[in-house]
Design a protein around this ligand. Structure first.
Ligand code: AMP
Ligand code: MG
Length: 348
């Protein structure tokens, strides 16, 4: 991991200073520096996707394994054909329906995308973030921006500039602060290089929404269960332990009331709990964080990473968490919780 040698500047985009701030931020990208950028999903750790040296810095700052490729960010679908080839017409249909928005499409890439960005694959994940500030920075930079989630490798992703600074102050040139992220979980990754397309990572766009346009869309193994020995996920990053706070996590699946009761009877002194707002009263005396109201997937998505991260500032020895089901946005939330728990799951 890189040493803390930089002064990390926090950029806030105000009406009066908009042009100056956006240009300065775009210059960091053009010069080959690292800039954390806001998106609707989570904050990204951005660099010029066409510049090998800049991309290497991302891996170094995150402590990310080299075989875990980066996604590239573009400001609109007209950039697709510059960096990708053999683009199926369905990719344009999805872009029309969901871009800008939390959908990443895996497509065959052109040779201008360096090995460092793709991790040596012939494909690249492309996304068009729904954040006006970031879209403008990319346009001004004039290059696609490679940006994995702005968290140290293995940690929960960051949904605010403050948590980005917890992980990267002194290690990157700047962070553009555009407040908390609206969606809160990363983009949905869809492999468009084969038909039917395959969901590789559930995220901010639901599978149900994608199936409204492509009903045949399939789901990769490993989204809802631990992979067996010898099984490989198609998104290289999905094989790593991920989203994990420092303390071990146990996820409890089942009805809200029943899972809360289960946790209450098993929790020990010094342990923590993540539960729906309705059940917080049951855990007075314990470190407790709310996932939002039961049955409100948007609240769960917005909060899941923050609540996981919040326990790193406590000395909870173990974290119990309620875990939502698999419908809509909850598929992404439950996937992140199960991975944070290393698939240590109790089903009741
Ligand atoms: P993050 O870097 O946190 O935004 O996550 C990006 C995810 O996309 C990781 O799990 C990567 O392994 C995955 N990914 C990136 N590029 C590709 C690709 N070309 N094919 C499949 N998965 C990819
Ligand atoms: Mg990530």
């Amino acid at each position: 991991m890189g040493r803390k040698t930089l002064h990390t500047k926090v950029y806030r985009v105000t009406e009066e200073e908009k042009n100056r701030v956006l240009n300065e931020a775009a210059q960091i990208i053009r010069r080959g520096g690292l800039l954390a950028i806001p998106t609707e999903t989570v904050y990204g750790l951005g660099a010029n996707a066409l510049d090998k040296e800049a991309v290497r810095k991302i891996f170094e700052a995150k402590g990310r394994p080299q075989d875990n490729p980066l996604l590239i960010h573009i400001p609109d679908a007209s950039w697709l054909e510059i960096y990708c080839e053999k683009i199926p017409p369905l990719a344009y249909r999805l872009a029309e329906a969901f871009w800008p928005g939390p959908l990443t499409m895996i497509l065959k890439c052109k040779s201008c995308i360096p090995y460092e960005t793709t991790g040596g694959l012939e494909t690249v994940g492309v996304r068009c973030p729904d954040n006006a500030v970031t879209a403008e920075i990319i346009r001004l930079a004039g290059v696609p921006v490679a940006a994995p989630s702005a968290n140290r490798s293995g940690h929960p992703s960051c949904t605010s500039a403050e948590t980005v600074l917890d992980d990267f102050a002194g290690r990157i040139e700047g962070v553009v602060d555009d407040g908390p992220c609206r969606v809160g979980v990363e983009s949905t990754i869809l492999d468009m290089t084969e038909y039917p397309p395959k969901l590789l990572r559930p995220g901010g766009l639901s599978l149900e929404d994608i199936r409204r346009i492509i009903p045949e869309t399939e789901m990769d193994a490993g989204i809802c269960r631990q992979l067996r020995e010898g099984e490989q996920p198609k998104a290289p990053g999905m094989k790593y332990r991920h989203y994990a706070p420092k303390a071990p996590v146990t996820a409890v699946m089942g009805g809200g009331r029943e899972s809360a009761e289960y946790i209450r009877t098993h929790i020990k002194a010094g342990e923590g709990v993540i539960c729906y707002e309705e059940y917080q009263d049951m855990f007075s005396g314990y470190a407790c964080a709310s996932l939002g109201r039961e049955g409100c997937p948007q609240e769960h998505a917005q909060r899941v990473f923050d609540v996981l991260r919040s326990f790193d500032k406590t000395d909870a020895a173990h974290i119990w968490t309620q875990c939502p089901g698999e419908e809509g946005l909850d598929l992404a939330v439950s996937n992140r919780i199960k991975k944070a728990a290393g698939f240590h799951i109790v089903e009741i």
